[in-house]
Design a protein around this ligand. Structure first.
Ligand SMILES: [Zn+2]
Length: 369
């Protein structure tokens, strides 16, 4: 039978560790390595079979009688040569080589599995990390950024400054404002002349209401429904969380472990993004749910929130499209209305009338436009 040949490399340490490629053959009396410059023959007696290489993927052959010469192959089939298994000494060496190769393979795949599991769980836990990091960040940061953004709004919009109008609003919204104050958030309200059906919150607690929103609302409950939603964006720190979300996982996790300053730098660099809440559905749902809880805790009919979304939905199909920017960030989809209705379905709540005459307020704001 023609002996099988394997390709291999000879290391000649007598000759400055020179390497040369050649052929390995198994003969009845021993194993030979043949290359251009020499032929090396190891007898089976005292033959040493070991493994090596980064992943122990290589099989090495050496012999005490041929000091300084070693050859190896990456073809592990060589271990199955019948002649090796006839000799108990060689068979024992091969068992060691094979079992440690198995361990390496298992070890590598376990390590690989762990790495994958860590990566997957990091991504799954990202929201939790983001929340934890946002929680670490002082509220003053957001207020500072919010103030800056507010300054820039002064050039874009015409504000309505009227003490009695503001008072009327604050009286109506007081129970709601008290809810967020309990959570340590101070809020301020501003009115701007703009036909857009819109209200938005800036990071930190400034809430801006556009006259278009008041025009299209039918009751205080509808206005306060939107306000409750906007306040929830503030208290749940959605601006900050949105920005942190856009940072790499590495920055998020390392700043959770270490100090917050590295993330602070990144947040400040992208501070402009805080201006607009990205239309993140998870944040929107959270703002709807939290806002609704604020309304219920304030004894304000939470159905106002739903009926306002219904109005928005109707408006979205009409010529009012240009004026419905609240809708572009807050799509009044059927799903959303359905979800809000479901939230209320099994809840018991008391409602009290909102203080103040909404029609009078509406008239008042119209006079100031
Ligand atoms: Zn929103």
């Amino acid at each position: 039978m023609q002996p099988t040949t394997y390709s291999g490399i000879l290391i000649d340490s007598n000759n400055g560790n020179q390497r040369e490629s050649g052929e390995i053959k198994i003969n009845p009396n021993g194993i030979t390595f043949t290359c251009e410059s020499q032929k090396v023959e190891f007898s089976f007696h005292l033959l040493q079979i070991t493994h090596g290489g980064n992943n122990r993927e290589l099989i090495f052959f050496a012999h005490p009688n041929k000091e300084g010469l070693t050859f190896y192959t990456s073809q592990k089939a060589i271990l199955n040569e019948p002649v090796f298994h006839e000799d108990p000494e060689l068979k024992a060496q091969i068992t060691v080589v094979k079992s440690s190769r198995r361990k390496i393979i298992i070890g590598t795949s376990v390590a690989f599995g762990i790495v994958i599991a860590i990566i997957v769980s990091l991504f799954l836990l990202k929201d939790t990390f983001v929340e934890a990091l946002a929680h670490k960040a002082p509220k003053e940061w957001e207020a500072k950024i919010g103030d800056k953004l507010f300054e820039s709004l002064k050039y874009q919009y015409e504000f309505i400054h009227n003490d009695s109008l503001e008072q009327e609003f604050l009286v109506a919204a007081k129970p709601l404002i008290d809810q967020v104050r309990k959570e340590g958030t101070k809020v301020e309200f501003y009115f701007i002349k703009d036909a857009t059906i819109n209200a938005f919150a800036l990071p930190g607690g400034k809430v801006v209401i556009q006259t278009g929103l008041i025009d299209h609302a039918k009751s205080w409950e509808e206005v306060l429904g939107v306000v409750g939603h906007e306040l929830a964006h503030v208290t749940r720190r959605h601006h900050l969380r949105g920005v942190i979300n856009n940072l790499g996982l590495y920055v998020i996790v390392s700043s959770l472990i270490g100090d917050v300053n590295s993330a602070a730098g990144a947040v400040i660099n992208t501070g402009g993004d805080l201006a607009s809440l990205s239309n993140d559905r998870a944040f929107e749902t959270e703002a709807d749910e939290t806002g609704m809880n604020y309304l219920i805790a304030s004894y304000i009919d939470p159905k106002g929130m739903i009926s306002f979304f219904k109005t928005l939905k109707k408006e979205s199909g009409s010529k009012m499209d240009d004026y419905t920017s609240f809708m572009s960030t807050h799509p009044a989809t059927s799903d959303r209305i359905k979800h809000l209705n479901e939230l209320l379905k099994n809840r018991k709540y008391d409602i009290r009338p909102v203080k103040g005459d909404f029609k009078a307020f509406k008239k008042h704001i119209n006079q100031l436009k």
